[in-house]
Design a protein around this ligand. Structure first.
Ligand SMILES: Nc1nc2c(ncn2[C@@H]2O[C@H](COP(=O)(O)OP(=O)(O)OP(=O)(O)O)[C@@H](O)[C@H]2O)c(=O)[nH]1
Length: 391
């Protein structure tokens, strides 16, 4: 099949320009080379892209017989290195510890004022109003039951309860990533602008490529200037092909082309980057629904994952966004980004406790390796480590 073969199955109203970036094997001394093909189909027709066999074989070939140069191998190693969650949570931990110590320094006795202050402290630590009230009620009973009176004893009971809540909440929720039994798995990244969708795709795609999966990216955020280039840059860095559309073109066309390319080229995982902002929220949600319809028409049962990306630095705002997206689309999991830059890491609790959305990944930096699967135990240690160790 030739490079300019036309698919007539799908009528579109807009011309689609598809740029495909794919890596070539290079001699050890050369920089990795990226070839760029620009295909300009006839208006009104969708196109099929033929990636060279090499492009789709890249990840598997690398496993069997390394084709990439030293630099790329270093990149892969970097991808595999687990970031340190505890250091990513430093700000949250310090702020929380300070706040807690201040609260406890004012301890006089266990009375209603104490519980009022406790509720306030919990709310200011972003555990969410509903959770703070629930926790305080439970603690009131427990402190009474255990007849706790001393500062250290009361502090210990509260800390144990908080830790238990963080660990218990969400255990019944599905934090696994799901893959198609056959054919390409499609993973859609959604969220408002600037939360870290593109960066997360860069990190996740590098991770799966390093595991030997054949990965493809689709730049369906045609709305924001520069969004496509940003994804293309990640594709170049990770040597992963990217399907793109013209600025302001119909994002659904890019999704369609991405899906068709994934099917034809035997891709394992297709990541779709979506716009974070359209004219309004209704448009945004309609656009997402349209993308999902297009994906499932060609690949029944897909997308396997609709990951909602939330910026932890926005605190309660992130919670509002989660509510909005949850009500309008089937979110399968949360990626909580920028935990490294915030004291608002506590927000993870209401996301799980109040919205019952599984947090699947957490972002702790801008580098490719700064993403890790969410682990409640590690998170709790990162959050309360200073206080618990002090006991
Ligand atoms: N510190 C830190 N920065 C991050 C993290 N994730 C993303 N960023 C940064 O956040 C900024 C926005 O990230 P993008 O990936 O462009 O966000 P986006 O959601 O794709 O944005 P739009 O394309 O505008 O919708 C970039 O500067 C990223 O480097 C993280 O975990 N930690």
């Amino acid at each position: 099949m030739g490079l300019f073969d036309i698919f007539k199955r799908k009528p579109t109203t807009q011309p689609v320009e598809v740029v495909t970036l794919y890596p070539q094997p290079v001699a050890a001394s050369q920089e990795p080379r990226i070839q760029v093909e620009t295909l300009q189909p006839h208006p009104g027709q969708a196109i099929k892209i033929d990636l060279p066999a090499l492009a789709v074989e890249t990840s598997k070939q690398e496993v069997a017989q390394p084709l990439v140069d030293e630099k790329s191998q270093l990149d892969t190693k970097e991808t595999l290195a687990e970031p340190d969650l505890a250091s990513g949570l430093t700000k949250t931990r310090h702020t929380w510890t300070e706040r807690w110590n201040r609260f406890m320094a004012n301890f006089r006795q266990v009375d209603e004022d104490f519980f009022d202050d406790l509720e306030e402290t919990l709310i200011s630590a972003d555990v969410g109003a509903q959770t703070a009230v629930q926790l305080t009620d439970e603690l009131r009973d427990e402190v009474k039951l255990k007849n706790a009176k001393g500062q250290a004893e009361v502090s210990q009971i509260i800390m144990d309860k908080l830790i238990a809540l963080y660990q218990a909440q969400g255990v019944t929720e599905d934090t696994d990533m799901h893959f198609a039994k056959q054919g390409p798995t499609v993973i859609l990244l959604v969220g408002v602008n600037g939360v870290g969708k593109t960066t997360t795709i860069g990190k996740l795609s590098a991770r799966y490529r390093a595991e030997g999966k054949k990965v493809l990216l689709a730049a369906a955020d045609t709305f924001r200037a520069g969004a496509t280039e940003q994804l293309v840059a990640w594709g170049e860095r990770n040597q992963i092909p990217v399907v793109t559309g013209k600025a302001k073109s119909d994002p659904a066309s890019v999704v369609y082309d991405g899906v068709e390319t994934a099917i034809d080229q035997g891709v394992d995982v297709l990541f779709v980057d979506t716009a974070g902002r359209l004219q309004n929220n209704v448009n945004l949600m309609q656009e997402l629904a349209k993308m999902k319809r297009i994906i499932s028409r060609s690949l029944p049962g897909q997308p396997s994952e609709v990951l909602l990306v939330l910026d932890a630095t926005t605190g309660q705002n992130a919670l509002q966004q989660a509510r909005l997206f949850k009500d309008s689309t089937d979110v399968t999991g949360i990626v909580l980004t920028k935990l490294d830059g915030t004291a608002k890491g506590g927000i993870i609790l209401p996301i799980r406790n109040e919205l019952h959305l599984p947090v699947k990944w957490v972002g702790v930096g801008e580098q490719v390796s700064d993403l890790q699967p969410f682990d409640a135990d590690a998170f709790v240690k990162g959050l309360f480590g200073d206080l618990v160790e002090g006991h």
